[in-house]
Structures are given as C-alpha cells and as structure tokens.
Design a protein around this ligand. Sequence first.
Ligand code: GDP
Length: 331
Amino acid sequence: MSGRVPAESAKINELANGLRAGHRAALARAITLIESRRADHQAAARELVQALLPRTGKAIRVGITGSPGVGKSTTIDTLGMYLIERGHQVAVLAVDPSSARSGGSILGDKTRMAKLAASDHAYIRPSPSSGTLGGVAAKTREAMLLCEASGFDVVLVETVGIGQSETAVSDMTDFFLALMLPGAGDELQGIKKGLVELADMIAINKADGDNIKRANIAAADYRGALHILSPRSEHWQPPVVTYSALTGTGIAELWQKVQDHRNAMMASGEFASRRREQQVKWMWSMLENRMMARLRSDAAMRAKVRKIETEVAEGRIAAALAAETIAELLQ
Ligand code: GDP
C-alpha cells in the first residue's frame, strides 16, 4: 500500500506467512493487530486481511446463540471435539458487546471449554471489547477471515441471547443455531422475540436423564410454533432437534443438519448469494463505523457536532439540516 514504510510491509508479510503456515502465535498476533485501535495498526490490519483474502471463505461458519446457562460452552466443547475427531480444525469466536462495559467477555473463554482448549486443532478467542456492537462485530468478522486463512475449516461464533448481537452474528455466518432448554413456556418467548426468523435450527439441550421427556415436549411445541411461521428460506424448513451436550447424544444428528442445510443452500444458489450480500453489508457497516469514528475522534469535530446536537434538541435547527451540516464536516 502506498505510504507504507518497507519495514512495516515486511513485518506484515512475515505475519501473513506465519498465519498461512498455521502458526498459532502468528494468528493470535494478527487478531491482536485487528483489535487494536491505533490508526497505524488498523492500516496494517487492513493490508494483512487483503493479502490473505484469497485463502478465506472456505470454512463452515456457524453462529450459536442461547441464554446464559443453556449450555453454549458445553455444546461448543462437545461439538468441537466431535468435529476434531473427524479431521476438522475448529475456531471459536464470540460476539459479546456487553464485554465493553464489564471489561471482559465470558464468551469464548477457554476455561469454559476445557477439552477444546487443550486441543492442537482448536483455537478459542474471546470477544473483542471495543465499544459498540458494530465495532465488536467488525473485528470478529475479520478474526474469522484470519482463522480461515490459517486453516480452520469450521468457525463457531458464539453470542448471548440478546437481539442485536444475534442479528450481527447471523449476518456473519452461514447457519444460525438457537439453543433452548427443555420445558416450554418461557422458552417459546424466543419465537415472539423474532429469534426464529434468524434461526436455521432450534436445538433443545440437556435432553438427558429426567429431562428427556420434557425436552421432547418442548421440541413438539417449537415444531408447532415454527410450522405457522414462514421460514427464512424457501429451501429450508428449520428443524427442531433435541440433544445432550453433556453425554454427546444427538450431537452427530445436530451436525448432520448443519451439513444438510449447507447442501440445500449450495444446490439452490442461496449459499453464494447470502455470502455476497453479507460482504456488501459488511462494507457498508464498516464505512458507517469509520465515519462515526471520525466524528468521535477529532476533538474539533466533536465540539461542532455537540453544538449542532444541542441546537437540534432545542428546536433551533431542523434535524435534516443538522444531518446535512454534519455530513459536510466529513468531506
Ligand atoms: P452457557 O452459559 O450457555 O455457556 O452454559 P454452560 O455450557 O456453562 O452450561 C451451564 C450448566 O448446564 C453447566 O452446569 C453445565 O454442566 C450444564 N449443562 C450443559 N449442557 C448440559 C447437558 O447436556 N445436560 C445437562 N444435564 N447439563 C448440561
């Protein structure tokens, strides 16, 4: 890229080579670079992602959501090990915007996925804690590309059951899996919240021991509810399955559904069109993030915007004129 000093480009090259060779330390360093807020780091990160782009896009990208306690980490641990035993390389990422406030994400924490954390074929990265959901999602998307370039062929992106972050994760994955607990009633809330419009499958966890019967009842309730909603794709009716992350029962069937979905989407052409739409949407959301970042980072601009904001609040300037004035500041 123009304006880069050769030494920096050489460093990026070296990092890219280490990453392509599958070195875990290079991958970790590259993701740290992406997560950095420093302008020079961000420029280097863009260069790095661009250089690695031809090696990205081949992984199966699965989003996983569910309320705390539903068994996300246990599921990822069990599913991840199941996939590794079948020759896959599994990356686990997380989108948890609340980590920006709390100072740390519990999602994607290695201690929650003990077996996977000990495997040479897995890479676990907690959520970046960089402010807005848009910022967190953008960094996770780029981390996903780096993982793919580094040889991971399954990427699991975990998120908590709150609306906006679920949409963000669904926008960066091919398959969106909603985990639920046995015992209907409360859980059917998910249907109302619109989660089901995003979910490609509902999986009821903890279907073991005394819970099996309740899990089957919940599954029947969800099937009934899904039946009356129009599915997200005309080529896929979201299934409802039961499984146990603790015993592993039903994990193979769960993964089979992910593959069935992929095959159906590939055959209909929807896989390619969804990926294309996602890329374009990413571009716009990154542009939005950058423009907002500029408005916030420049002190003089921040002061002007604040003044305009006050004038709008006090009814002295119309919102439309104010927006126009701010847009002009960005030119
Ligand atoms: P998360 O907060 O969604 O990540 O949930 P965890 O994976 O930490 O699980 C929450 C609790 O549920 C833990 O005590 C797990 O041991 C338990 N749990 C997870 N999966 C199962 C399961 O399949 N069966 C049973 N009986 N318990 C489970």
